[in-house]
Write a protein that binds this ligand. Structure first.
Ligand SMILES: Cc1ncc(COP(=O)(O)O)c(C=O)c1O
Length: 408
């Protein structure tokens, strides 16, 4: 990528959440958990909830027709953001619900006893548990692809593991702990060679790099708005049109039907078939505003800037002889580490006193912690607003923590 490594913009003005209650800078290094929200998103939400508010799809009055247009425009934006079409994009509560939807509809219709699902060692619980649940119902079996020594999904191993019995490969596009980026086109080609579908968990890729589902050649792609500077309570499932059209509905109720009688119900076409009930109207519109915000900056520029921060932080931490770094050097916006004899929770608590927010824990990836042989890691994750000053504050906080622990 040739994009410049810094973005000239007043992010402190854009993001009201980046200050403490007493007006000091807050060094927010937990964007992988959830991103702070720009004014543009907050304002879009307030407008949608205030002067523009009405229901969608049903109203016969002008405000509702306008709201329906805004809601469907948001779908178009979100789909376009990942190179898809609006007819292929289902709004869900988030990535977790999107994966559960695929498991419970596509999985129920396509998996049978003896079929196999390939996951990887680094998956978030959201990309493990839904498959365990559907495997228990269908008799399908789960295989786990190991990692390379630099903590990427080992696609050579995946290639040798895949068989005609595999119906699905479900991999994280970017690990939420390690930041490792999957070679998704290769994973897709391997899955398709044995007739399996590829689901990409895009929670950590959509906010950090340009994504084009056509170039990736995945069959399903899921992500959450709140990690992409949008609101909580909404996310998206994108699926190839032919696959989505053939999937049976999941939840039943209003808005997902064509015609209901007590004898028989027929269903609306996709994507409405998968959106039962009044949708998250306000959140969808704000999701569209978030996509507008990051698109105006450019994901390639964001990726370049975050990559430069990762390189600096990994360089600084790597030079400390009591620090273990996890993940590959080209991690996408995420640096996980451990300091000898200092528990990540202690580190996180002491850093908080200096207005530095990191994540400490298993990051909803307990099988990965088992693999790494640690109960938890400390994780610093970057967003569009992250700066060198955030790294300085983190490093100062680490030095202070060492002192408190009597370590130099
Ligand atoms: C890689 C990954 N997958 C799935 C999820 C679940 O996302 P959500 O809780 O927004 O549904 C997360 C969130 O932490 C994640 O980082």
């Amino acid at each position: 990528m040739n994009a410049p490594a810094t973005i000239q913009r007043d992010f402190a003005a854009d993001f009201p959440g980046l200050r403490t209650a007493d007006g000091k800078p807050w060094h927010y290094l937990d964007t992988a958990a959830t991103a702070q929200k720009p004014r543009a998103v907050i304002d879009a939400m307030a407008r949608a909830m205030g002067e523009d508010y009405a229901t969608v799809h049903r109203g016969v009055y002008a405000r509702s027709a306008e709201m329906t247009l805004a809601f469907e425009e948001a779908r178009r934006k979100v789909a376009g953001f990942i190179g898809g079409r609006e007819s292929e994009l289902v709004f869900t509560r988030g990535a977790t619900e999107a994966i559960n939807l695929v498991a419970q509809t596509w999985g129920r219709a396509n998996l049978k006893a003896g079929d196999r699902i390939l996951l990887s060692q680094l998956e978030h619980h959201s990309n493990i548990v839904p498959w365990q649940m559907i495997a228990a119902v269908t008799g399908a079996v789960i295989d786990v692809c190991p990692l390379t020594s630099d903590h990427r999904i080992d696609l050579d191993a995946a290639e040798s593991m895949l068989t005609e019995a595999h119906k699905l490969v479900a991999f994280g596009h970017v690990s939420n702990v390690l930041g490792s980026v999957l070679d998704a086109p290769r994973a897709a080609a391997m899955a398709h060679t044995v007739g399996a579908k590829l689901l990409l968990d895009g929670c950590q890729s959509a906010p950090h790099m340009p994504v084009d589902v056509t170039a990736l050649d995945c069959d399903f792609y899921v992500f959450s708005a709140h990690k992409l500077y949008g609101p909580t309570g909404i996310g998206a499932l994108w699926a190839k049109a032919g696959i989505l059209d053939a999937m049976p509905p999941w939840e039943g109720g209003g808005a997902m039907i064509d015609r209901v009688t007590f004898e028989r119900t027929t269903y609306a076409p996709a994507p409405q078939r998968f959106e039962a009930g009044t949708p998250a109207i306000i959140e969808a519109i704000a999701f569209g505003a978030a996509v507008d915000y990051v698109s105006a900056i450019g994901l390639d520029r964001m990726h370049a800037a975050e990559t430069a921060l990762v390189a600096r932080l990994r360089g600084e931490l790597g030079a400390m002889n009591d620090v273990t770094l996890f993940g590959p050097a080209d991690s996408a916006g995420i640096v996980s580490f451990a300091i000898d004899d200092i528990h990540p929770h202690d580190l996180g608590t002491i850093l908080d006193e200096a207005n530095v927010a990191i994540r400490a824990g298993h990051h909803c990836a307990q099988p990965l912690m088992d693999y790494l042989g640690v109960p938890a890691t400390a994780r610093a994750s970057f967003g569009v607003y992250s700066t060198e000053a955030d790294i300085d504050a983190l490093l100062a906080g680490i030095a202070r923590t060492r002192k408190i622990f009597g370590r130099g």
